[in-house]
Design a protein around this ligand. Structure first.
Ligand SMILES: Cc1cc2nc3c(=O)[nH]c(=O)nc-3n(C[C@H](O)[C@H](O)[C@H](O)COP(=O)(O)OP(=O)(O)OC[C@H]3O[C@@H](n4cnc5c(N)ncnc54)[C@H](O)[C@@H]3O)c2cc1C
Length: 412
């Protein structure tokens, strides 16, 4: 069962939803205690205020950790981008002109000179330094790796994209969406469902088709009733679904730049498309650590961690968020929960207090917004429809919350 859970990357859990029915599993049950991090109590060499904490990756995990500890230690937050990318607004950024500007929050106003822009390409455990692509090295006492994942645009941006490049790419996608009449989305995970919903709701005259190789959409952890509510929502919007059909000519589609192509499936269907959007396949960002921790990675490139989220066998190096092998569902909300856990434990470590074992949350609450006015919400065994979905997520896709988390004012 865990094996299949390990492969799940993008099912969505709501922010701020009451965690009805949520249960907790103690991580100790699935990973052995590791010697390098085994001690719950450390004899501090430095106070936390003197400790150099380097956080690599300013996504939901790293940015939130950095916010929590920036006043308490010598922090350096490193990201290859100049701005936090609010990924949960990707579908809206691809369909609504100008929305992308709300989904890029600059790091500098929040972190000042504690923020360093650069791509980490190596880690030297003996010298306790990280190396940037520029050749610069940055020393650490504690290192937290939070490099997350990347994937196909428009779900994700390449790692070192600047805000101005991101805006240009998303605006180009919006223009392509506006120009196309027949739009085909490949992949009925959460991203494909949400993006097809947003496009169809905003551009009712267009034909929008979602092709997915399975009958189950979103992911296989959601209930049947949730599935049916999402399918009904897509039908109401007018999104056509071709479920149980696998696209067979992806190389040709990619070669043609996703424009003006006929999409073919293994069931013999052919669908003409002015624009194809691929919503599949996230990949772990392992470039920062693959040379140093090749033997600490699982088959997906994620870092194996012990019960304190320490990288197995490596002193003073930790990992949080989507780049860890913890078998929970990979979600922003859980990445943030790991950042809270890590902030408390780093503080405890340097105060000579007992570090606590990481408790993994078993997500049972999910939310899908298919278009801004509706979707589905699952809370434990309960499933709700459009009103709750748009109230919690559809209206805002959690964007204002993200600006608040970074202490900045959202542009109008
Ligand atoms: C389209 C979409 C919608 C989603 N919607 C939801 C939702 O509604 N709710 C939810 O809970 N989850 C959602 N998710 C999942 C959620 O986005 C992820 O779980 C979350 O982004 C994980 O956060 P992270 O900090 O681990 O990694 P990321 O957000 O991927 O951040 C990693 C950061 O590390 C940086 N980085 C990577 N490599 C390097 C390097 N070598 N050097 C320097 N910096 C580096 C990157 O630039 C990036 O800023 C969604 C995902 C997608 C793709």
């Amino acid at each position: 069962m865990w094996a299949s859970k390990l492969k799940t990357f993008t099912p969505y859990l709501s922010f701020g939803v009451v965690a009805t029915g949520t249960s907790y599993l103690v991580f100790r049950t699935i990973r052995k205690v590791n010697v390098a991090h085994a001690s719950a109590v450390h004899t501090p060499v430095k106070t936390f205020a003197e400790t150099r904490v380097v956080v690599v990756g300013g996504g939901y995990a790293g940015m939130n950790l950095a916010q929590k500890i920036k006043k308490n230690c010598q922090l350096t937050l490193i990201d290859a981008r100049d701005s936090f990318h609010h990924n949960m607004g990707a579908q809206r950024s691809a369909s609504e002109p100008g929305y992308i500007k709300k989904c890029l929050i600059p790091f500098e106003p929040t972190f000042g000179d504690k923020f360093k822009r650069g791509k980490v390409v190596g880690i030297n455990v003996q010298q306790q330094t990280v190396t940037l692509a520029s050749g610069e090295t940055i020393p650490y006492d504690d290192l937290v790796i939070a490099t997350g994942t990347t994937g196909k645009f428009p779900s994700k941006l390449p790692v070192d994209t600047s805000a101005s490049e991101a805006i240009a790419r998303y605006e180009d996608m919006v223009a392509k969406v506006q120009k196309a009449q027949d739009i085909v989305l490949i992949g009925g995970g959460a991203v494909g469902v949400e993006l097809s919903g947003d496009i169809k709701e905003d551009y009712k005259e267009k034909e929008v088709t979602l092709i997915h190789p399975r009958e189950i959409i979103v992911n296989d952890r959601v209930s049947e009733s949730f599935q049916n509510t999402v399918k009904e929502r897509l039908k109401t919007l007018g999104v056509k679904t071709m479920l149980g059909e696998r696209v067979t000519n992806l190389p040709e589609i990619r070669e043609k730049g996703y424009l003006n192509v006929t999409v073919k499936t293994d069931k013999g269907s052919e669908k003409k498309a002015d624009l194809v959007i691929e919503c599949t396949g996230l990949k772990v960002n392992s470039e920062a650590y693959k040379d140093s921790f090749g033997d600490k990675m699982d088959e997906l490139g994620r870092l194996k961690v012990d019960e304190y989220l320490g990288v197995e066998g490596v002193p003073n190096v930790y990992a949080i968020g989507d780049c860890t092998s913890t078998p929970e569902i990979k979600l922003a909300r859980l990445a943030e929960a790991q950042s809270t856990y890590m902030s408390k434990n780093l503080q405890a470590k340097h105060e000579g207090k007992e570090m606590t074992v990481y408790k993994m949350e078993e997500g049972k609450s999910f939310i899908i917004s298919a278009g801004r006015s509706g979707g589905a919400v699952q809370m434990g065994n309960w499933v709700f429809g459009d009103w709750l979905s748009r109230t919690i997520k559809g209206n805002s896709v959690f964007t204002p919350m993200q600006w608040k988390a970074m202490g900045q004012e959202m542009p109008k």
